[in-house]
Design a binder for this molecule. Structure first.
Ligand code: COA
Length: 308
């Protein structure tokens, strides 16, 4: 039996910073409103999804001390691929010198945690090393004239190298879900921009994060008291705080990057995870709860032991 172990991590962000004050130059909004209602102060904008994914993937490989040719499968979680066909993963595979398989997966903002669970399954059936990347350029599908949308989104990428380890591994429990009956509350049609019923998304987001977190903890045989750090999808700071409160997790135990990066969909959980690792908030033996939700509606949670 093989399980997973994280051995490398990395991120990539565009250089261009767009502050709330800059948005307020063209939109009827203010820094105060955005910070108070979302927790966002600025976001990054620019590049292509493949460029960001390649940079984050390269950083994660270097951290793991591996080459692209060591990777059996590249999983790229994204909703904003460079084009419709082919997928973006082959572009990243080629640039990184990966000789294994490469595929995009789209579960909106839940995509990275879906990918983590899929990686675990691939390792259980014989793969040895997987590169999992979440990368987005949401700025391409944002209506920059709509104040209720433009304030929320940003671009970025985060990546993990995941290797097989004997035994059960570090993924202790997981929960994946989907409810396609509410597609209409958050979507982007071909050539369109993001359309959203913000209040309805907010309401459901808190509920599914809480339920999914509890389900993954139950599968791990743990409870919230065992969690050292929660790494939630970064959509709105109030959603995170509300979910933490309902779960009984102090907000100080949450990794937060939304203030700097906004909502980066598939990239948000790896950006928040790597930020916590690099700032020394994660130590060997810690138990992490990754939880997200997104368009679909989808949701995904994973309890991950950190054994680096
Ligand atoms: N600046 C100033 N005022 C704004 C504004 C902005 N950027 N955006 C909306 N408003 C206004 C509204 O027009 C409304 O005015 P009205 O009362 O005169 O009609 C008022 O603020 C309240 O709007 P409301 O939509 O109730 O605000 P909210 O507190 O629900 O915040 C969101 C709006 C979008 C920030 C919030 O609903 C949200 O984050 N939802 C979840 C979205 C999400 O996570 N999407 C991605 C999921 S992966």
């Amino acid at each position: 039996m093989s399980g997973l172990r994280v051995t490398g991590w990395g991120t990539a962000l565009p250089d261009r910073v767009v502050t709330n004050a800059e948005l307020a130059e063209t939109l009827d909004t203010s820094d105060e409103w955005i910070v108070e209602r979302t927790g966002i102060s600025e976001r990054r904008v620019g590049g292509t999804t493949s460029e960001l994914a390649i940079a984050a993937g390269r950083a994660a490989l270097a951290k793991a001390g591996l080459e692209g040719s060591d990777i059996d499968v590249l999983l790229l979680a994204t909703t904003t691929g460079d084009r419709i066909v082919p997928a973006t993963a082959p572009t990243v595979q080629d640039a990184l010198g990966i000789t294994g398989g490469a595929v995009d997966l789209n579960a909106a903002c839940s995509g990275f945690v879906y990918g983590l669970v899929m990686a675990n399954g691939l390792l259980a059936t014989g793969a040895r090393r997987i590169l999992l990347i979440g990368a987005e350029t949401l700025s391409k599908i944002t209506d920059w004239s709509d104040r209720s949308n433009a304030i929320l989104f940003g671009d970025g990428a985060g990546a993990l190298v995941i290797e097989a380890t004997d035994g059960e591994g570090d993924l202790l429990g997981w929960d994946l879900g989907s409810d396609g009956s509410v597609t209409h509350i958050l979507k982007c049609e071909h050539q369109g921009t993001i359309e959203m019923d913000g209040k309805e998304v907010f309401r459901r987001a808190v509920r599914v994060m809480v339920d999914s977190s509890r389900a993954s903890l139950a599968k791990a045989g743990l409870d919230v008291g065992d969690i050292d750090l929660i790494v939630p999808h970064q959509a709105n700071l109030r959603i995170i705080h509300s979910a933490c409160q309902k779960l009984g997790i102090e907000p100080e135990r949450a990794s937060i990057v939304i203030d700097r990066y906004g909502n980066t969909s598939s990239a948000s959980i790896p950006l928040a995870l790597v930020d916590a690792i690099d700032s020394g908030r994660v130590t060997s033996g810690d138990t992490l709860l990754l939880t997200g939700f997104g368009a679909g509606m989808t949701w995904a949670s994973a309890v991950l032991r950190w054994s680096r």
